[in-house]
Design a protein around this ligand. Structure first.
Ligand SMILES: [Zn+2]
Length: 179
């Protein structure tokens, strides 16, 4: 979701490493404090200009598997759009900084870390617990977040007669939209 710059096109700049990226966003977030309060009267609002398709230079440089180039406009200071790595390419972009402030960059990092831990487990120790955790999330209509699944796996394998597991299940939020 806009943070991976996979399959770079020719001539595209190398994105910063994840750690450099995070450090730069953190710096930018400190530098530009979020504006608070009203930004002037509503009468200042001007209607959006009509949609104009991006020129070839403005187009996201990502090339899809079918060989077509992405049709969206690239983000400012990037060669990619918001789907294809634009956030990662420009750590000082206001949208990237906003993501950081909302904790969404930390959340992505936590997801990756949890995924690494899950798949570092030997399949014999992982599979049953992982399936059980996913089944619980599915039954509740919840997203399959690796952070949550990892907690479930640990609870399942706690070896305490199922107490940790039951607690994990009981503490899961109720389904989105509720039933
Ligand atoms: Zn794109």
């Amino acid at each position: 979701m806009g943070f991976r710059v996979g399959r770079r096109g020719k001539g595209e700049p190398e994105p910063p490493s994840w750690n450099d990226f995070k450090a730069e966003v953190a710096k930018a977030a400190k530098r530009k404090p979020a504006k608070k309060g009203a930004r002037g009267p509503l009468s200042n609002l001007i209607p959006l200009p009509p949609y104009r398709p991006p020129t070839p230079e403005e187009r996201c440089q990502f090339v899809k598997a079918n060989g077509e180039q992405c049709g969206l406009r690239h983000m400012k200071g990037a060669t990619r759009c918001h789907y294809h790595g634009g956030y990662r390419q420009n750590p000082t972009h206001p949208a990237t900084v906003r993501m950081f402030r909302e904790g969404r960059i930390d959340a992505i990092e936590a997801e990756r870390a949890a995924r690494r831990v899950i798949y570092a487990l030997p399949p014999k120790e992982r599979k049953e617990a992982q399936s059980a955790a996913i089944a619980e999330l599915r039954a509740r209509g919840l997203d399959f977040r690796n952070v949550t699944i990892l907690e479930g796996i640990e609870a399942y394998r706690a070896g305490d007669g199922g107490r940790a597991w039951r607690r994990w299940c009981a503490n899961l939020p109720t389904a989105k939209g509720g039933q």
